[in-house]
Structure formats: structure tokens, C-alpha cells
Write a protein that binds this ligand. Structure first.
Ligand SMILES: CC(C)(COP(=O)(O)OP(=O)(O)OC[C@H]1O[C@@H](n2cnc3c(N)ncnc32)[C@H](O)[C@@H]1OP(=O)(O)O)[C@@H](O)C(=O)NCCC(=O)NCCS
Length: 170
């Protein structure tokens, strides 16, 4: 199983149980979770780490733990869930790191990694229609809005990039 190499400022690592407290400090923040499913409890974070560890073993990809190289600090997550239609990409960082190009640096690297390693022919993302930061990031990595989907009492946008579109943009 080939893990993505590090970028200039970040490393992508498998999850370890020891990261529960650090991940909780990110996922308990209202501003981080506003457009996801609300602040997480420690139980939810433990479940997430278990899921991602299993996902990496079974699917060869996961939503990796992203580490800040400069101070060896957990920044959040970026990575994939393998679905029938392709890889679903996700991103989530501590507000400390927002708007400094980290999201783009991570997402660009992982999209390139997935296509270069033939992990998928399609990468897609879904986000709450009010999640401007998330869809600005999707657009910056070359994804195109393809649908608006009714989820519950709100809508999600769907964004995608195909291997062909990725190749054409290189
Ligand atoms: C979405 C998220 C990962 C973006 O990370 P980031 O490191 O701030 O992103 P970047 O700094 O690389 O910015 C990428 C682009 O998005 C834009 N952007 C980032 N935050 C924005 C905001 N709040 N409003 C408008 N645009 C925004 C940037 O300006 C940049 O575009 P530009 O180069 O044209 O200026 C971050 O906001 C986050 O963790 N949000 C909370 C968790 C979440 O909602 N995740 C997504 C669930 S679907």
C-alpha cells in the first residue's frame, strides 16, 4: 500500500489511537463542524479513528491524518473514502491553519497522487451549499460543480474531476 509522500509543509500519516485528544480538539469546535454534522464527542472521534484505520487496510486509502512538519502538530484530515463511483475526497483543518493555502496544498497533492497512482478515474466531493471555503477549495483544485442534491433540510453541492479533466489541466 503506497502512502502519499509529504508536501513542502505537510505529512499524511495513518491514524493512531494516541491522536484522539488532538483530533477531538479540532472536531469539537463549532466553526470546524458547522457544515459537517456538528461538534464531535470523544466517542465519535474514537469511532472515526477506528474507521479510518480499517479503511486504510481494506481500501488502501483513507482520510489521512495531516501533520504540520514545522512543529509536528496534527492539523486535521485530508483524504479519500472509496465509493463505487470513485474516490470521495474530504478535508478538515484546525482554524489555526485556515486560509494559508494548506487546504490547497494537501488537496492538490492528493488529487495528483490518486490519478498518478491509478487509484481512481473520478474524484468527487460533497459539501453543504453554504460551505463557501470547501467549494472554493474544490474549484481551486480543478473540480467542477455537477449537482445540487437534497440531503435533509439542506442541500449539498457535488463537485467532481475526472481523469480526463485532470490530464487536460496539467
Ligand atoms: C475547507 C477548508 C479545509 C479550507 O482550508 P484552507 O486551508 O483554509 O484552504 P486554502 O487556504 O488552501 O484556500 C483554498 C481556496 O479557498 C478559498 N477559501 C478558503 N476559505 C475561504 C472562506 N472562508 N471563504 C471564501 N473562500 C475561502 C481561499 O481563498 C482559496 O482560494 P484563492 O486561492 O482563490 O484565494 C477549511 O476551511 C476547513 O477546514 N473548514 C472546516 C471543515 C469543513 O467544512 N470541511 C469540509 C467539509 S465538506
Amino acid at each position: 500500500m503506497k502512502a502519499p509522500e509529504s508536501t513542502e509543509r505537510m505529512e499524511f500519516r495513518p491514524w493512531r489511537k494516541q491522536e484522539t485528544a488532538a483530533m477531538l480538539s479540532i472536531c469539537e469546535k463549532e466553526e470546524v463542524m458547522r457544515y459537517i454534522d456538528g461538534p464531535w464527542s470523544i466517542k465519535r472521534v474514537r469511532g472515526f479513528i477506528e474507521e479510518e484505520r480499517a479503511r486504510l487496510v481494506h481500501d488502501g486509502v483513507c482520510r489521512w491524518a495531516v501533520w504540520h512538519k514545522a512543529d509536528d502538530r496534527l492539523m486535521g484530515l485530508c483524504g479519500f473514502v472509496r465509493r463505487e463511483e470513485g474516490l470521495e475526497i474530504g478535508w478538515r483543518f484546525d482554524p489555526l491553519f485556515w486560509r494559508q493555502g494548506y487546504g490547497y496544498e494537501a488537496a492538490r497533492h492528493l488529487v495528483d497522487w490518486a490519478f498518478e497512482n491509478r487509484e481512481a478515474d473520478l474524484i468527487f466531493a460533497k459539501m453543504h451549499v453554504l460551505n463557501t471555503a470547501s467549494y472554493a477549495l474544490a474549484e481551486k483544485v480543478g473540480m467542477t460543480r455537477t449537482a445540487r442534491v437534497r440531503v435533509a433540510e439542506y442541500d449539498d453541492f457535488q463537485y467532481e474531476i475526472s481523469r480526463e479533466a485532470w490530464n487536460a489541466g496539467r
